[in-house]
Each structure stands twice: as C-alpha cells, then as structure tokens.
Design a protein. Structure first.
Length: 537
C-alpha cells in the first residue's frame, strides 16, 4: 500500500556543462512505497537525474539551480562524508549492465559483504549469514555455493540478482533501478520485475525505475514521468498515462511501442536462399592437468531451418539457447561438429577459404552492440570501405568509393558528410545505421541481424526496424533476425523459430507461432513478455 508521504523531492533541478543546460527545471516527487517510472530516449536526462540524486555527477557538470530532498532534508547541503553514509544505506542503485558493475576479481559474496561491512559494522560470521539470506531473498539458487562464485560464472539474470541483493543489503528507503532489465531475456526479465515488485511490497520500498520499455512501465509503475531534451514534458498516474497521453512526444513514444500487427508482405516466391540441415555445434568440456575432454556443451543440437529469398526468419529464445552460435556457424566462424549449411544450394562445408570469400560477400552481419562493433580509431568512411576492399566489391578508386559510401549513408538515413567523422560522434541508433551501411556495402543477399535493437530506445528501435524493412523491399534482402524481444517479431518477421537449450522446439509462420503456439516453452515465453495495456492495442 502506498503511503502518501513523499520520500524524495526533486525541486526545480537544472544541470549545466559550460553554458549548455543538460537538465531544465526538473520537478517530481516519489512517495513512500511507490514505483515511479522515468521514461524517455537516450540523452533525455534520465540517468543524469539519477546520478544527481546519488550526488555522483562528474566534476564538469554543475547544479545551476534547484535542490533534491530526502524526507525533507536537502542532499545538496550535506558534506561528502555524510552523503557517503546515505549512499547504500538510505538510497541504493541498481545499474543497467551488471557485468561492468561487478568487480571481476572478487567473488559476488565478498562484493555484497563489502557494502554491509561499510554501513552496518556486523561481525564476519554475521556478514556472511546476511549475504546468504539476501541471496535467498532475491531467489539466487544455491546461495551458499554462489557466495564463492565470480561474476563470470553467473548468467546475466543471476548477476542482476546479485546487484539487487547488494542494493538491498542495508535496507534502503529508496531504490534507483537504471534500465535493470534491458539486457535480459524475456523470461529472466519477468522474474526480475516480479522480484522487485515483491520486495517493494514486503519492505514498503520506494523505487525510481528508469526505462525505455513501455510494456515494463505498464506492468511496474504507479506513476510515470516522460523526459525529453532535459525536461519533464508529462507526468501522470500509470492508468491515465496509457489511456489518455497529453503531450505529442508521449503519444509518439506510445505509437512506437505498440505491438505491430502482422503487416508483412505475402510474396508468391518461395525460393529457399539458405538451408541448415541437422546442424550440431558441440564445445568440449576439458578438465584435469592434461585437459582431457570429459563431455560436451551442446550449443546447437540437431537444428534444421530455412530462410526464403526476400523474407525474414526470426530466431528467438533465451540467452544461452544457441541462437548466436547458429549465426556464427552459418558465417563459418565456428567449427561445425555435424550438419550442413546450404546457400543457394551450395554446401558451404565443402568450400575452402578462397571459395568461401564469395559467400562472405553474400552473407553479412549486423551486431548487437553498435558501440563495440565499430573501430573507434577509424572514420566511418574507412569502416565501410574496409569490407569493400577486402572482398574487392564496388568502385576501385578512392573517389569512386567515397561517392558510393556517401550514397550508402544517405540510404540508411545518415548524412553524406558523416563519412569523415568517428564513431564516438554518433548516438547508438546512428551507429547501428552505420553497421547496416557497412553490411550493405558489399551487396549481400542475406544479413544476419544479431539482436540489432536490444540496446536501443523504443523510438530509435522503431526507426531502425522501419529502415531494415525498407532496405529489404528495395534490395530483395533476406534476414536471419536473432532476438529475445517478442514485441518486434510481428513487425520484422515472416517466419519464427523458437530455440531452447540448443534445439528448435517450434517453428512456423508468425501467425502460427505468435498467435497459436503449440509448445509449452513458446507459451511460457509469450506469457513472460510484458504487455502494453489493451487500450493501446
């Protein structure tokens, strides 16, 4: 039950860097026991607001006006040593990427224990008991055993549970959750969201939930505020927010988030461009002094699928199910244990490296993370040119290549002048467009899209998906679209294959799989996915 007393008040907060205003007179309050969602695109100021609350802003950013009050007491008036006692004890934070937030050389138990020692001063034995009880509270399996594990030994969902345990360790009154489920599969995301709501109810905890996923907002939030360009443009109770949004930007965000109906074209052609038959990719498990093989991880286990020319196959499933390994096997980037991959009826396993070059041109890839996929020391022009040169595609002279690259940039809705810029000068959505331009440069017939929108905001995601559809129609491209985001499948795909533990458990048309699933695992995936309110359908 929500108490009407405000635990946190942000009052006319403005942040500046030099003469530029980053936040402009932000105002909102969070009540005791309330989940308050802050939504908007990257760069709108959501994470900056959370860092201001924690007083963790970089030195170059200054508070030009306003205040933040915790239970009526100004946080900005406190000396740093007093603020240190508030961080973790009264206000705690869960970060977006648990892998980079956890120390890789400390066990997860030690990392949670460190917070408890700092704020609670318990004895060594009591600290360990407290950590194990926290691990139990966040439903981490075998908590005593996991205490001694390192971050790399845990899955993404387990690491996020450790981060939640760390945040809850000192029983804070306010929890800031900054995109805590963005990198998680739909089933793990559902578990983490349920866990946060359960803890909120049990502890009467207040949560500031920062996200760009509107379906998650509808499931979690009591009230919602929308940020754009450093301002809050709309604030409302969750039901009102979804039933009658007032601001044009909010209406645009919700339009982009709406589950698209099956609007795929029904072409008559059914030429199979790619066929994968009985594919197996096993990785050996080696143990002992002599590293003897004691077993195998069956990453891909007897998979058969096909992609029709000019169509899209969506490959869905949880992390570790083998989706990306299939993509790598098609690209001949992992050694196949068994099975065949046919492209235009040519068995790729029979080809040497020189003969494979032809098919490397025909099959390209767009990676998940647009930030790490581009070389930061190369200009955009050189990044796109690299594939053309190595595969001997397109114009030979530099001037001709530059003309071709500028045309490509315009084709993906970037500017021709961007050719001489570097990756750090672009947003996530723009970098993903550059990745698409790089793939298009060698005139492929099939593009493997490996989670290409998982790191993007809802509106940017919609733009990239629209671009991919447009390019498919113009160039008769085929896509293998690897994703765990079920909400976009009807928009991008013609057919769907569902993977679980290395096997395909169900496949068929979007209509068959998404609206009449037969396998229990498919039903579970669809039930786990957060849904927008029916008023938006």
């Amino acid at each position: 039950m929500i108490n009407l007393n405000s635990i946190l008040s942000v009052e006319n907060l403005s942040l500046t860097i030099g003469k530029e205003k980053l936040l402009k007179n932000i105002n909102f309050k969070i009540k005791q026991g309330e989940i308050f969602a802050l939504v908007g695109e990257s760069g709108s100021g959501k994470s900056l607001t959370s860092l201001a609350i924690m007083r963790l802003l970089p030195d170059v950013i200054s508070v030009s006006s306003g205040d933040i009050k915790l239970k009526g007491k100004s946080l900005f008036s406190l000396p740093e040593y007093k603020m240190q006692k508030i961080r973790g004890k009264q206000i705690a934070m869960i970060f977006q990427e648990p892998m980079s937030a956890l120390n890789p050389v400390m066990t997860v138990g030690e990392q949670v224990a460190e917070v408890i020692k700092l704020h609670l001063g318990l004895k060594k034995d009591d600290v360990k008991k407290k950590v194990i009880s926290l691990f139990e509270e966040v439903a981490l399996k075998d908590p005593e055993q996991r205490y001694s594990w390192y971050p790399h030994q845990l899955s993404g969902g387990q690491k996020q549970r450790v981060m939640i345990a760390m945040a809850l360790a000192c029983e804070p009154e306010l929890l800031i959750a900054d995109e805590p489920t963005t990198a998680l599969d739909v089933t793990i995301q559902a578990q983490v969201l349920e866990l946060l709501m359960k803890i909120r109810d049990e502890r009467n905890l207040s949560i500031l939930f920062i996200t760009h996923d509107m379906a998650v907002v509808s499931k979690m939030a009591d009230r919602v505020a929308v940020m754009k360009d450093g301002k809050i443009v709309e604030e409302a109770a969750c039901e009102v927010f979804f039933s009658s949004p007032k601001h044009p930007y909010t209406q645009s965000l919700l339009r982009d988030a709406i589950h698209a109906k099956d609007s795929r074209k029904n072409g008559a052609a059914d030429t199979k461009l790619l066929r994968v038959e009985d594919l197996k990719v096993y990785f050996p498990i080696k143990k002992g002094l002599f590293q003897r093989t004691v077993g195998y991880v069956k990453a891909v286990d007897d998979v058969t699928l096909s992609i029709t020319k000019g169509k899209t196959l969506a490959l869905v499933g949880e992390s570790g199910s083998g989706k990306s390994t299939i993509g790598k096997a098609i690209l001949s980037l992992v050694e196949r244990t068994e099975g065949k991959v046919f492209f235009e009826e040519q068995d790729l396993s029979l080809l040497g490296q020189d003969a494979l070059k032809v098919y490397r041109r025909k099959i390209q890839v767009v990676f998940q993370d647009p930030f790490s996929a581009l070389n930061p020391r190369m200009t955009i022009g050189d990044i796109i040119r690299e594939g053309m040169t190595s595969l001997d595609i397109g114009p030979r002279g530099r001037e001709g290549q530059n003309r071709y690259i500028r045309e490509l940039l315009q084709k993906v809705d970037l500017e021709a002048a961007h050719i001489d810029r570097y990756p750090h000068e672009f947003s996530g959505g723009q970098r993903q467009r550059i990745g698409i331009a790089r793939a298009l440069a060698v005139k492929p017939e099939l593009i493997i899209c490996d989670e290409p929108t998982s790191a993007l905001d809802v509106s940017v995601r919609a733009q990239v998906l629209t671009l991919l559809k447009k390019l498919q129609d113009e160039n008769d491209l085929s896509y293998l679209f690897i994703t765990h985001d079920l909400s976009i499948i009807s928009l991008v795909a013609d057919d769907v294959a569902v993977m679980k533990e290395g096997k395909i458990v169900e496949q068929g048309s979007v209509k068959e799989v998404m609206f009449d699933p037969q396998h229990e695992y498919t039903k579970k995936l669809l039930e786990s996915a957060p849904k927008l309110p029916k008023s938006l359908s």
